[in-house]
Design a protein around this ligand. Sequence first.
Ligand code: APR
Length: 269
Amino acid sequence: MDDLESLADEIRNAGTVVALTGAGISAPSGVPTFRGDDGVWERFDEGQFAYGRFQRDPEGFWDDRVDLQQELFGGEFEPNAAHEALAAMGRDDSLEAILTQNTDGLHGDALESTAGSETDEVSREGDDPTVLELHGNARRVRCADCGKRAAGDPIFERAADGDLPPTCDCGGVYKPDVVLFGEQLPGAVIQRARSLARESDVFLAIGSSLVVQPAASLPRLAASAGATVGIINLETTPADDTADALVREDVTDALPRLQTLVTETETRG
Ligand code: APR
């Protein structure tokens, strides 16, 4: 039995399964990852997109952010087989929650095809797994003053046309609705993520280098609370020592296979 098969058995017998995802799950959809050979941070200076720069120099921040947004999300990206496999596991009640570091919205798209209408806090209860976007959603912007959310595309177009920084009707400066380096994650979101990790019987870390806190500490938190930890990632991560199962496979191979194995084992009974 390989690690994926043992994970499937654990999932079949688990009460609560939680998945943490990173840029690697969206890479097969064409969304660039941040680290590694061709990572975004090899081509852009991440310091230029930190919260402190947004506060100090919103015009310069936005001028650079337009290019980064184009680089990250300029294409027409669709969910891939890995997103779909997690959505199917959610529908089969084999997955309680998806905690994603990604801001591309692709987990929501994968669930959208079956779930009800999109909710703006992007957490769904009931049939679909809860989706917590730990770092926000780059399809939206939010006013730094009044907090009003708006669709991102028209605001990025205004910025690309020289409206720097783009402002809300209230006069406040818009900010991409993502958690910037140096910015706190919303307290409720990280508390919910931590309690889900602690409650999990199986915790999957998928397509993440697990180097950015506080998300990177979730696998260890789950392990310390007794969860079986599975890491599905092409490269090593600092959390590999906590893993009961290490799967060095492409997500588009591993996750559909895992979903099939879970379904088979469920059928096998
Ligand atoms: N299958 C499996 N793993 C993959 C695949 C794939 N097809 N493609 C890439 N990976 C792995 C890489 O080996 C790498 O370890 O996915 C990981 C992606 O790591 P990062 O690019 O660092 O992305 P992530 O871990 O999500 O970054 C966390 O950093 O810049 C911030 O806010 C940003 O949310 C992001 C955070």
